[in-house]
Ligand binder design. Structure first.
Ligand SMILES: [Zn+2]
Length: 68
């Protein structure tokens, strides 16, 4: 069963659920009970390999999280 990183849009509480994909949109916030849950994009920190020669590498610009 996959896990999903979810965030409550009411209280911005982040939590993880294990459920089927059909159920992930029907979760409730364990903190405030709101059903305004949004899937959170998992931020993957890709560490570039320390080898010069790859142009364009080394640019690490993290996009700010967008809620709503
Ligand atoms: Zn909440």
């Amino acid at each position: 069963m996959p896990s999903y990183d979810l965030v409550c849009q009411a209280c911005v509480h982040k939590f993880e659920v294990f459920c089927s994909i059909s159920q992930k949109d029907h979760q409730k916030c364990p903190e405030c009970g709101s059903d305004k849950i949004k899937q959170r994009l998992t931020t993957v920190n890709v560490v570039g390999k320390s080898s010069g020669g790859d142009r364009g590498s080394g640019v690490s610009k993290a996009a700010p999280p967008r809620f709503g």
